[in-house]
Design a protein around this ligand. Structure first.
Ligand SMILES: Nc1ncnc2c1ncn2[C@@H]1O[C@H](COP(=O)(O)OP(=O)(O)OP(=O)(O)O)[C@@H](O)[C@H]1O
Length: 222
């Protein structure tokens, strides 16, 4: 059944540099439904990461509304944002943000444990598909960039979140590794019924998504 995962209306956000306020987002309207995969493009500094941070609750808007899974977030406290991030959100960044001293298995198990869950058959599917079964017991700092990003994808999808936010997920990889990672990301997100919102500067990566938004001068155009 199709559901609206993210619904944003009139979202505005500015930052102060001490002297001036800079309006970054200025009345953004958008929505993401189940099964959508969206590339968010736009010039550097236009607020793409800021938009992801607002959806994840790391930043708060000056004006406008963000509904997540049909719930208005305006009055959410830290506890509700944390619960949403743990249960419904997966995140993949350019810097892989893994727990480097831990092995691959523990990096994937840790966020599941916060939900009271343990390793499950879906994790084996992720590991096998991502080609990580032979490195499960290795510390992630010993892996290549491409392998580390595949661990980050396994970690992000292990709990089958409703939404995956990705910020330049292939930015640190060569083109070949980047395309492999994108193909696996799309395949596994579809299997997990996870929608994707991905910031990218890469035309190749954007072409893996089914929808395209462009952010410029504070607003988003499809
Ligand atoms: N926490 C913050 N405090 C002050 N200014 C900020 C903060 N976060 C972002 N900005 C400013 O907001 C603007 C948009 O930043 P953002 O990182 O969202 O852009 P972006 O489109 O993701 O850029 P890039 O493509 O280069 O990663 C920039 O001018 C940035 O300096």
């Amino acid at each position: 059944m199709s559901q609206t995962i993210v619904e944003i209306t009139g979202l505005s956000k500015s930052f102060s540099d001490g002297e001036q306020r800079h309006q970054v987002l200025n009345g953004v309207d958008l929505s993401v439904a189940t099964g959508d995969t969206v590339a968010l493009t736009g010039p550097s500094g236009t607020g793409k990461s800021t938009l992801l941070n607002l959806i994840a609750g790391f930043e708060h808007a000056d004006a406008g509304h963000i509904k997540l899974l049909d719930q208005e977030t305006h009055n959410w406290q830290d506890r509700q944002w944390s619960h949403f991030r743990r249960a419904e959100l997966g995140m993949v960044f350019q810097q892989f943000n893994l727990l480097s001293p831990l092995n691959v298995r523990d990096n994937i198990t840790f966020p599941l444990s916060l939900l009271g869950k343990s390793w499950q058959p879906w994790c084996d599917t992720l590991i096998d598909t991502l080609g990580l079964s032979t490195v499960l017991d290795r510390r992630v700092e010993q892996l290549s960039g491409g392998q580390q990003q595949r661990v980050a994808i396994a970690r992000a999808l292990a709990h089958k979140p409703a939404l995956l936010l990705a910020d330049e997920p292939t930015g640190n990889l060569d083109q070949n590794a980047g395309e492999q990672v994108m193909a696996l990301l799309c395949q596994l997100a579809a299997e997990a019924n996870t929608s994707i919102l991905m910031v990218t500067h890469s035309e190749t990566c954007a072409n893996f998504m089914t929808r395209r938004w462009h952010l410029d001068q504070g607003t988003v155009h499809e």
